[in-house]
Write a protein that binds this ligand. Structure first.
Ligand code: S6P
Ligand code: ZN
Length: 185
């Protein structure tokens, strides 16, 4: 058990946790995620902005232990699609996850791996979203300020990005009349 991580403080404004390792994802890392391939190519030709970062805390790795991540997705769009995460299934498929909205406004796209059934759920300040096991999940910032959220998941959950890289989500989320709408890819 990592005693130094049994108690931490997160910054809900910046998404920082002092001492926690941070993964940063830039536009180039999201190749294949956006449905609008032409808009993606145009944006990438202009630069390679930071889309989001995640600070992770792993206090213990035993069976039954939990980890958490503090995510920050910056505001922005590629064409009519919001800045988003890569999205993943948990490598240990039964692992569920709670998301807590801390700052800004966004949505989560959930897709049942077995049926493909998709849902779009709001992730706003004080919202709690439950991601059941066997469910691919991707988060988008639909607002004008950074979206900050906390995700709590089993220590053994892991990430499986392979399925998403291969076939992406069935649905994509676009802005229509200023609001996020889920449509078929
Ligand atoms: C981990 C949890 C989050 C994501 C984060 C970034 O199970 O769901 O911490 O890792 O939202 O998304 P992604 O798809 O790039 O891992
Ligand atoms: Zn997850």
């Amino acid at each position: 058990m990592n005693n130094t991580l049994l108690s931490t403080h997160y910054n809900p404004t910046t998404g920082e946790i002092i001492g926690a390792p941070v993964v940063k994802r830039y536009l180039v890392d999201l190749r294949g995620c956006f449905a609008g391939g032409a808009a993606y190519a145009v944006a990438l030709a202009r630069g390679n902005p930071l889309l989001y970062s995640v600070a992770s805390v792993a206090p213990a790795d035993g069976e039954g232990d939990l980890h958490y991540g503090l995510g920050v997705i910056y505001p922005g769009k590629i064409g009519d699609e919001y800045y988003m995460t890569k999205g993943h299934l948990h490598a240990w498929r039964p692992a569920g996850e709670f998301y807590f909205g801390l700052r800004g406004a966004g949505v989560m796209l959930l897709e049942d791996e077995a049926t493909g059934a998709s849902r779009l759920l709001p992730l706003t300040v004080n919202a709690v979203v439950y991601v059941p096991g066997h469910t691919a999940h991707r988060t988008m910032n639909t607002g004008a300020e950074p979206l900050v959220y906390l995700g709590v998941y089993p220590a053994r959950a892991g990430h499986d990005y392979g399925v998403i890289a291969e076939r992406n989500f069935r649905m994509c989320v676009v802005e229509r009349d200023g609001l996020p709408v889920m449509i078929k890819r």
